[in-house]
Design a protein around this ligand. Structure first.
Ligand SMILES: Cc1ncc(COP(=O)(O)O)c(C=O)c1O
Length: 406
């Protein structure tokens, strides 16, 4: 069983006076930051804030810490160190990637995008149509928001080079079967680009095991600093045209991140793994390899979240005034719950704030998903999202507030 007191002791926000009594349910927008990340960030700015990789001590430590972050995250995800890179955000990472595909593909080639994705893994790819690339849309079921892998079969043929889809949508919440979808795309000769932003906070996945060619997530929603993390598998990364400086083309991790990186934040990402390892050690689930530890942490987090999530879904089902988007069974989804009502989601969030519940309302840049399900885009949805540091008491507080507001 997850020791939530231990977990919360790792997040300074819970000891922060100004946040006391506030139940945080907008984690899908950005999580609280764990202590090791804040400590590393502070240490970097105080002791190592110099140009890294030069032959003097402060610089050497700075560069080594940046390398450590990449190596340890790669270990957790079951990929090679140079297959991991950092960018300013996931959205910036996909824009750079789309530019690489634009140069690599020929007119008449095709890509598949979904209308379940956040715009970050949709718009940049759709713009390839400007260069004669055929864009095919894999659509959600308008009732349920479900993305049916059977529907993908009809879209795949030998012209498709890339299939872009989310591990989990930030409004539907349903967990898509990444390994199965990837296997189908690969069998048809296509690569896949998976947006893991809404999934990774619920346990960093074994990306190597899933088989995805590109896997993206955002550290600031996964207890870390404001960075986009990108896995680019070697065979694809070496084939796509380099987007960085020409003389860096031989470094896989520099090929798709043309900007100079935010050194301090990159280094601080090692703190995310410090936290996950401390979590594993405390709960007695340390694995024999980093990837095994990652999987064990993921499983412990998921079972806690599933337990807390079901009452929220059950409550939503009993209310005629709201429509629950996505599955009503907790094990099939992330604890990111969007509710559509006859009033704007933002107004409902404001009412929840009066009950000391922090939630969000709007379209969450998932405009295509909302319109694909017939939700009024202007009204948007109320979204309540939590992670493993959330307690049963906070869920109870949310339910009481929802009962008053809906
Ligand atoms: C599912 C999903 N994908 C992508 C993004 C974009 O991430 P970033 O803010 O790092 O560009 C978000 C941000 O909300 C998201 O929820």
């Amino acid at each position: 069983m997850l020791d939530v007191d231990f977990v919360r002791s790792q997040f300074p926000a819970f000891a922060e006076q100004s946040l006391k009594g506030q139940a945080f349910f907008e984690n899908a927008g950005g999580s609280y930051t764990c202590a090791p990340v804040i400590d590393r960030l502070t240490r970097f700015y105080r002791e190592r804030k110099v140009q890294p990789y030069a032959p003097y001590r402060a610089s050497d430590l700075a560069g080594a810490e940046m390398d450590e972050a990449r190596a340890r995250l790669a270990g957790f995800m079951g990929v090679a160190t140079d297959e991991v890179s950092f960018g300013p955000s996931t959205t910036q990472n996909t824009y750079v990637l789309a530019q690489a595909f634009r140069q690599w593909m020929d007119p008449g080639d095709a890509i598949i995008v979904t209308n379940q994705d956040h715009e970050a893994n949709s718009g940049p790819w759709r713009r390839l149509a400007e260069d004669g690339i055929e864009v095919r849309e894999w659509r959600v079921d308008p009732e349920t928001g479900h993305l049916d892998p059977e529907d993908l079969n009809a879209l795949l043929d030998d012209r498709v080079r890339l299939v872009c889809f989310p591990h989990c949508s930030n409004v539907v919440g349903e967990i898509n079967p990444v390994a199965k979808i990837t296997a189908r795309a690969h069998a048809a000769g296509a690569f896949v680009c998976v947006d893991g932003v809404s999934y990774a906070p619920h346990g960093i996945p074994d990306v190597g095991g899933l088989g995805a060619d590109i896997y993206l997530f955002s550290a600031y929603k996964t207890y870390g600093p404001h960075q986009g993390i990108m896995v680019m598998r070697r065979n694809l990364g070496e084939m796509l045209p380099n987007q960085g400086h020409y003389f860096n083309a031989d470094s896989l991790y520099k090929r798709f991140t043309p900007a100079g990186p935010d050194h301090a934040q990159v280094a601080a990402c090692a703190g995310m793994v410090d936290y996950f390892e401390a979590f594993a050690a405390h709960h007695g689930v340390m694995g024999e390899t980093p990837v095994a530890t990652g999987v064990a942490v993921h499983d412990a987090i998921r079972s806690h979240e599933i337990k807390l999530l079901q009452p929220i879904l059950d409550f939503a089902k009993t209310r005629n005034s709201v429509r629950l988007l996505g599955p009503a069974e907790a094990e099939n989804r992330a604890p990111t719950v969007a509710l559509a009502a006859n009033v704007p989601g933002e107004a409902l969030a404001a009412q929840l704030a009066e009950h000391d519940v922090m939630a969000g309302g709007g379209d969450f840049y998932a405009v295509r998903a909302l319109s694909g399900m017939g939700v009024d885009e202007a009204r948007g949805v109320l979204r309540v999202s939590f992670v493993h540091y959330t307690t049963e008491d906070e869920v109870q507080k949310l339910l009481t507030a929802l009962d008053a507001v809906l």
